[in-house]
Ligand binder design. Structure first.
Ligand SMILES: [Zn+2]
Length: 97
């Protein structure tokens, strides 16, 4: 399936954008609660993009529902688990080129 253009979390709509975040910010993805954007490094392999997507979604959920109390390790663990479950259910995104 196509990745969503935006996702609703806690009453906000986060745009999902593939761009060059790796060289600009030295990371694979970002979740901006100000710009309401989830950005994913465009050069990653599709399966990695899926994991980064779920990771940034967890950051958005953490912001809206957990007061940003989750540590980066907890976010990473939840994201890996969610990615694995979604993958098992056949939820994989076609990120295109
Ligand atoms: Zn993170």
């Amino acid at each position: 399936m196509k990745p969503p253009k935006s996702i609703p979390v806690g009453g906000y709509d986060y745009k999902v954008i593939q761009t060059n975040v790796a060289t600009q910010h030295n990371c694979r993805g970002q979740c901006s609660h100000v710009a309401l954007e989830i950005t994913i490094e465009h050069s990653l392999l599709p399966n990695i993009k899926d994991e980064v997507f779920w990771h940034e979604v967890i950051h958005a959920i953490d912001k809206s529902y957990c007061d940003q109390e989750l540590s980066e390790v907890q976010v990473a663990g939840l994201a890996s688990g969610l990615h694995q479950v979604m993958n098992s259910l056949g939820v994989k995104f076609d990120w295109g080129k």
